[in-house]
Design a protein. Sequence first.
Lengths: 233, 193
Amino acid sequence: MTLIYPVESNAAHAPRLSPGYKSTIKRAPQKQRILMPHTLSETTGPVYGHETVRPGDHDLTTMHAGEPLGERIIVHGTVMDEDGRGVPNTLVELWQANACGRYVHVWDQHPAPLDPNFTGAGRTVTDAAGNYKFVTIKPGAYPWGNHHNAWRPAHIHFSVFGHSFVSRLVTQMYFPNDPLFPFDPIFNSVTDEKARLRMVSDFDLDVTEPGWALAYRFNIVLRGRNATPTENH
Amino acid sequence: MPGITPSQTVGPFYAYGLTPNGKYAWNDAFTNNLLTPDVTGDKIRIEGVIYDGDGKVVPDAVLEIWQADAQGRFADPQDTRGLPNSSFKGFGRSGTTDAGEYSFDTIKPGAVPGHDGKPQAPHIVMAVFGRGMTMQSMTRIYFDDEAATASDAVMNLVPADRRATIIAKKTAPGVYRFDIHLQGDNETVFFDV
């Protein structure tokens, strides 16, 4: 099977210039992008499988001497292509704030406590069907300086590779029914509502573990379609 | 068809997750050094600074590169012409310093076929992520000491007066300079891929 990567699929993304998100004003390229045919440089991509992750790298709650504070959660889902096929053995990286909305990054000056038992970074590799699973802490909302009383909805950053360098995706996963959604220019930089809602995870009672942790399902759809689709069902 | 998941910015605080580099309690999956002990070819360093629309340096960008080995082979089984015979993976990631600087240590890539099957000039593809960037912008690094650069098919899609923005300039033996301008008269050429 040969995958193709129609550029039309990129219409789901936010415009590079999204003035409500002020930092885009001086950082969004302004000149016309050059349309070009894909070559092997675009349709191949880095292959990082199980050798890249260590046992336990998917569990952000067991990386330090004690357990982190906050609400333990399971975040899982399927990485798939545009035809709905799972993307197997692909690297998924994740980083996030702690339960108080504080990042360990040295630049984060939000006056909320750091948690000595939580770094907030993890990685895993999808299984043969494209499934992945993390155990972590539900991140808190946090303030930022974009505008008066600006707060980011709770989110988890995801970085996914997929089948090619043009399927590479960095995104943010949100939690259902967050009251901050209407006010967040980063979430709303994605102008298509259906596309925007694909960044919101679903609460998943089936995978929730009794007496232990709530679960959220976050499926990730990467670029890539079969070049020769079979007839319609 | 489900439709793809939209991109969101890497934000300002990616470093402990993506480029911890010994500064955080996390290990690096990748670094800006692509060299492996067994790799063959000309070792090179690519270095530069990334600038925003005010000409200020960007200290919170992430740059990723993907390239063939010196024989023009990608470390991906989807390149069915034959896999590299070394452990060179062809992928690197670099954050930027407070001065907006990045660098990669790698090898000069060989030529790989283009859309029409004809060899392309040696090049490296680069994805530019950053705070204030809703998604990555994709560019290519060509080399000023490769004769094939001028006749490259993709290069020739670029208006002539902008081509210099994607040609790395040799500044010392094995060292190339490739600055990135997100906006302005010298805005780097980005591709719609």
